[in-house]
Design a protein around this ligand. Structure first.
Ligand SMILES: [Zn+2]
Length: 98
């Protein structure tokens, strides 16, 4: 008889983020973690947040439409349709239009 193995689905990025935020923003954060540990956790939070795709900020510039990164504000592309799925400057994941 073969054993049925239930493989856990990969943890969604949002869930990992909530766990890290709970660690660092929790009541006992200052007792539980050193300054360096809190620094490491907050860096991980920043990186994970950039993995969640966000809509670009669309700005009109005369006849043109500019697509700006919602994280760093850099212009990613001109036009009405975003084709790049991340910001080359800061690594923010972007929602690509279809
Ligand atoms: Zn950016």
């Amino acid at each position: 008889m073969s054993e049925v193995t239930m493989e856990a689905p990969p943890m969604p990025t949002e869930e990992a983020l909530e766990i890290f935020k709970g660690m660092i923003f929790g009541k006992q954060s200052f007792e539980r973690f050193s300054k360096n540990e809190r620094e490491a956790i907050s860096r991980a939070i920043n990186l994970l947040e950039k993995q969640i795709p966000k809509d670009p900020v669309v700005v009109r510039d005369g006849w043109w439409l500019k697509m700006k990164c919602p994280a760093c504000g850099r212009v990613i592309e001109y036009g009405i349709k975003l084709t790049k799925n991340y910001c080359r400057d800061c690594g923010q994941a972007l929602k690509v239009g279809d």
